[in-house]
Structures are given as structure tokens and as C-alpha cells.
Design a protein around this ligand. Structure first.
Ligand SMILES: N[C@@H](CCC(=O)N[C@@H](CS)C(=O)NCC(=O)O)C(=O)O
Length: 242
């Protein structure tokens, strides 16, 4: 039996999507955040108290990439290109690692800087905002735009992240792009990322996961109105949760 320990508005929403794609039975245990962080009981599930935590046949799996690979290995080999399809497999490897290894750390960096402003005493907030804006402009946003251009370029010639067909690499890449979609993705066209987001969001398993989790990234995405001509969503602002 699979149990997914799901922290609200978190990366484990993509594991719900993965489980829905695989059509395996699972139990969803929900946890509310305490002051934006994992509740104390989460530390009984994982030594680092981070979401997702997946328990399968009594064994615990943490770290989204490792959780996804476990699920693919045991229940859904078709969600990963085979060794005979090396070009797609290499792309699969790249994007599955890239999601947490490169992209998410930029998203979290922006989140931490936003938080620094929110948490600073009122008298110093102006100065803290000036400092964090400088860090964002010279590092996080600069890097993020470089990365989003790279992703959009890749999707020019590739329907999905690993190539012509849907794989677990798309599930891994969904979380950072859903986080960024209502805000930063609006600042430039990114037509291929938006085409990909529209494509994945019409999958029945994505819709089921969105309903089951009711996480804010799914909600904000579902509320997005894509204009027919430009394919650009309307801007709505929100803060990213780590
Ligand atoms: N790279 C890890 C990151 C895990 C992580 O940071 N999860 C966040 C939720 S999105 C979390 O548990 N935050 C609560 C906290 O840090 O207290 C993974 O992909 O599993």
C-alpha cells in the first residue's frame, strides 16, 4: 500500500499527479503548514522534515526526484524512455535532475528574499528591500530568465521535455513552472512553456490531482485565462512557498 504524506501547497502535489497517471491505489495524508513550514509531526516521517514523503510497502522515500524514479521503476516503466531510446533517455535524465537541481533553487532564492522583506522590522524594510532587489536583479532573476529562455528554446522542438511523448520528466518540471506561471512567466511571452502548460493541464490525471490537492499552484493555474490571440495568461500575484 502506498501512503503519500502531503504538505499543503508543496512539491508533493506533483507526486499526487504522478500517482494519478500511474492509476495505482494510494492513501493521501494531508498536513497543514505551521507558520509556513512543515508541522512537527513531519519530522517523524523524514529526518529533514520535507515534503514529499512517500511510504510504499513500509519503506519511506523522500526527495521528489527519487520518489518519482521509485514510482517509475515499480509501477510505470512507460513513463521513462527505454535504454534503446538513448536520445530521449538523456533528455529525460537531464530535465528530471534539472528541475530540483537548477531551477527550483532559483525559485526558492526568490522566495527567501521575499520572505526577508516581509519578516524584517518595519524601520529597516526599505533597506532590506533595496538589498534583496539588488540580489534578485543581479543573480536570481538574471539566472531565472536565462533558464526560462533555455526551457522555452528546448520546447520549441520538443513537444514534451524528453521528446515526443509524455514522461515523468514532465511531472518533475511541472512544479517550478506552475510556481512561476502566474507571476514571472508573465513578464515575457514564453510561448512554448505556455503551450506545454496548457497541454499537461488537459490530462485527466493532472485534473484529478488538481482537484485532490487543491494546492494554490493548481488553483492559480486553473484560474488563468489564456487569451486566444496571444496565448498569454493574465497576471495575478502571489508569493511562492518553499
Ligand atoms: N528537493 C526537495 C525539496 C523538498 C522541500 O523543500 N519541500 C518543501 C515543500 S515544497 C518543504 O517541505 N517545506 C517545508 C519546510 O521546509 O518546512 C524535494 O524535491 O523533495
Amino acid at each position: 500500500m502506498i501512503v503519500l504524506h502531503h504538505l499543503s501547497d508543496s512539491r508533493s502535489s506533483r507526486i499526487i499527479w504522478m500517482l494519478e497517471e500511474l492509476k495505482v491505489p494510494y492513501e493521501l495524508k494531508r498536513y497543514d503548514r505551521v507558520e509556513g513550514r512543515s508541522p512537527p509531526e513531519f519530522y517523524n516521517l523524514s529526518p529533514i522534515g520535507k515534503s514529499p514523503v512517500l511510504v510504499d510497502d513500509g519503506k519511506s522515500y523522500i526527495e521528489s526526484g527519487a520518489v518519482v524514479e521509485h514510482l517509475v521503476r515499480k509501477y510505470g516503466r512507460e513513463l521513462k524512455p527505454s535504454e534503446n531510446d538513448l536520445p530521449q533517455l538523456e533528455k529525460y535524465d537531464f530535465w528530471t535532475h534539472y528541475s530540483e537541481g537548477s531551477l527550483m533553487m532559483l525559485v526558492v532564492g526568490l522566495f527567501v528574499n521575499n520572505k526577508a522583506v516581509d519578516m524584517s522590522p518595519f524601520v529597516s524594510r526599505f533597506l532590506v528591500r533595496k538589498i534583496t532587489n539588488t540580489i534578485n536583479d543581479h543573480y536570481y532573476l538574471k539566472e531565472l530568465y536565462l533558464n526560462l529562455d533555455h526551457i522555452d528554446d528546448h520546447l520549441t522542438t520538443s513537444k514534451y521535455f524528453a521528446g515526443d511523448y509524455f514522461t515523468a520528466a514532465d511531472v518533475q518540471m511541472s512544479y517550478p513552472l506552475l510556481c512561476l506561471q502566474p507571476t514571472i512567466l508573465n513578464t515575457r511571452p514564453y510561448p512554448n512553456i505556455k503551450r506545454w502548460l496548457k497541454g499537461i493541464s488537459s490530462r485527466p490525471a493532472f485534473i484529478a490531482a488538481s482537484e485532490k490537492s487543491n494546492d494554490k499552484y493548481f488553483r492559480l493555474f486553473n484560474e488563468t485565462k489564456f487569451s486566444k490571440e496571444e496565448d498569454e495568461p493574465e497576471i495575478s500575484s502571489f508569493s511562492i512557498s518553499a
